[in-house]
Design a protein around this ligand. Structure first.
Ligand code: TYM
Length: 481
């Protein structure tokens, strides 16, 4: 079995045959598992993807390093291997430890008026990373992409989806002081456009074809789009956040949480970054929440029966799970009681792995289902309840997001953040970041904030005390000798 996106694509390789019938395909435009000889789509083989994309698996050592640097228990997505792969995440942890700047970047292609539960995975995780690291976050809405990659959608339609999707994203709980959301149609220009062109100059048509599988009939907007999604990885695209000194901003990397389908854009960007001496973006990849129909496909915003949408009513959730959720149970109750169910393919169980916080409870459910003590209907009922609770809490927050809140998140403005409060020294971001900003605001203006100064003073005192103690010890040791 082979995936169709070539990890070495940037090296001017011949164009691989994309989306060859029956093969596993994972790229920004297609996600499907291998089709077996029996015609059944298999689950996505994520180990194979790690190998072929050239990423690294997140292992126990990295999780321990994360916990040591942040003092935080890894998120359930990390504990359960849902966020499973990365590129240079360890470098971000090193920067955090040293108090050096970086930022978070993620995005959404507004293809419908509501996001589905699958889309909330990278956003939930990004929020948690923002809370953990206390760094700026940019969220890109690729309205241009969703126009270019659809035969039917109009510009007006995708722009309309932008504001409803922005509300969905805000309802995840991002901090407005640290978050900038933008739509490509609104924001492209200035420093951002310079970076887009800079990136596009370093990508040949051959490379774009090799990475994304374009052919001679592909419209040129699609071919160029990668440079827009890629250029957002560079801090210098956001002078209102990071300042105007490109010598300094070029060194500030992004950490990009996303599902693994988005990796090709950033593999390409990392290659160009290295060539033009810009910081390479780091990535942290999630697996897909399967479509209701089962493993091997991801939920699709344009197929209603494939997904639970964040606007669905409790009844719709119940009906969709009961009617469509693929079951790993046996055909009869007797057989199920005797042989037990298969949790690895059971969609309800898989959804619980994503959303149920309690590890012990999840383990109890797994064991009971695999032993046949828990029936499919009972498992579905647990899943329905969990999803109804998750979606209802989201809808409550979503109802409070007014248009003016969206305007606030989407306004070009300096952001405020602190970074690692325990770092020995916090490296100031850059000069000139507060262009046009009100005076006296904390953070984002290149100077240390009051908080940072306080922490710095405190750290100096701790260091001085430590040095004094070490000196005393040394003196005692000399005396003793
Ligand atoms: P989009 O709108 O297809 O998806 C938004 C985010 O959700 C992830 N995703 C999923 N994660 C888990 N389970 C699923 N079933 C599922 N479906 C989608 C996607 O990987 C993505 O992280 N081109 C992008 C928008 C974008 C972007 C970015 C995304 C621009 N810049 C940087 C991530 C990072 C898109 O159309 O995403």
């Amino acid at each position: 079995m082979a995936t169709n996106v070539n990890a070495e694509a940037l090296k001017e390789l011949p164009v691989p045959e994309h989306h060859a019938a029956g093969k596993q395909t994972v790229d920004p435009y297609n996600v499907s598992g291998e089709v077996g000889e029996d015609g059944v789509v298999k689950a996505i083989d994520y180990s194979k993807l790690v190998e072929e994309f050239g990423t690294k698996k997140i292992d126990q050592a990295l999780l321990e390093r994360f916990e040591c640097v942040t003092g935080k228990k890894p998120h359930r997505f990390l504990r359960r291997g849902i966020v499973f792969s990365h590129r240079d995440f360890e470098l971000i942890l090193d920067r955090y430890e040293r108090g050096e700047p970086f930022f978070l970047y993620t995005g959404r292609g507004p293809s419908s008026d509501s996001v589905h539960v699958g889309h909330t995975i990278p956003f939930e995780f990004t929020k948690w990373l923002q809370d953990t690291f206390d760094v700026p976050l940019v969220i890109m809405l690729t309205d241009d992409e969703k126009y270019l990659f659809s035969e039917k959608r109009t510009i007006e339609e995708v722009q309309g989806y932008c504001s409803s999707n922005a509300k969905d994203i805000i309802a995840i709980g991002f901090d407005p002081a640290k978050t900038f959301i933008f739509s490509d149609f609104e924001f492209v220009g200035g420093a951002f456009y310079r970076n887009i062109v800079r990136l596009s100059k370093h990508i040949t048509l051959n490379q774009a074809r090799a990475i994304f599988g374009f052919n001679d009939s592909t419209n040129i907007g699609r071919i160029h789009f990668g440079s827009i999604q890629g250029a957002t990885s560079w801090a210098s695209s956001f002078p209102h956040i990071f300042g105007t000194d490109e010598k300094k901003t070029a060194a500030i990397p992004a950490l990009i949480p996303c599902a693994i389908d988005q990796d090709p854009y950033f593999r390409m960007t990392r290659d160009v970054s290295a060539r033009i001496h810009y910081a390479k973006p780091s990535l942290i990849h999630a697996k897909f929440l399967d479509a209701l129909q089962g493993p091997g496909t991801k939920m699709s915003a344009s197929i209603d029966e494939s997904a639970i949408f964040m606007k669905d009513t409790p009844n719709q959730i119940k009906n969709k799970i009961n009617k469509y959720a693929f079951s790993g149970g046996k055909v009869s109750v007797e057989e199920h009681r005797e042989k037990g169910g298969d949790t690895s393919v059971d969609v309800s169980f898989q959804y619980l792995r994503f959303f149920l916080e309690d590890d012990d409870e999840l383990e109890r459910i797994r064991v009971a289902y695999e032993k046949g003590e828990l029936l499919t209907g009972e498992l579905k009922a647990i899943c329905i309840k969990e999803l109804q609770t998750y979606v209802a809490a989201f809808q409550e927050r979503r109802a409070k997001v007014e248009d003016k809140v969206v305007d606030l998140f989407m306004e070009r403005r300096p952001l405020q953040w602190v970074g690692n409060p325990n770092a020995a020294r916090v490296v100031p971001v850059v000069d000139g970041a507060a262009e046009g900003a009100a005076d006296g605001k904390e953070g984002g203006d290149g100077k240390l904030t009051k908080n940072q100064l306080k922490k710095l003073e405190k750290q100096k005192m701790i260091d001085a005390k430590k040095a004094q103690k070490a000196k005393e010890k040394e003196e005692q040791a000399t005396k003793a000798a």
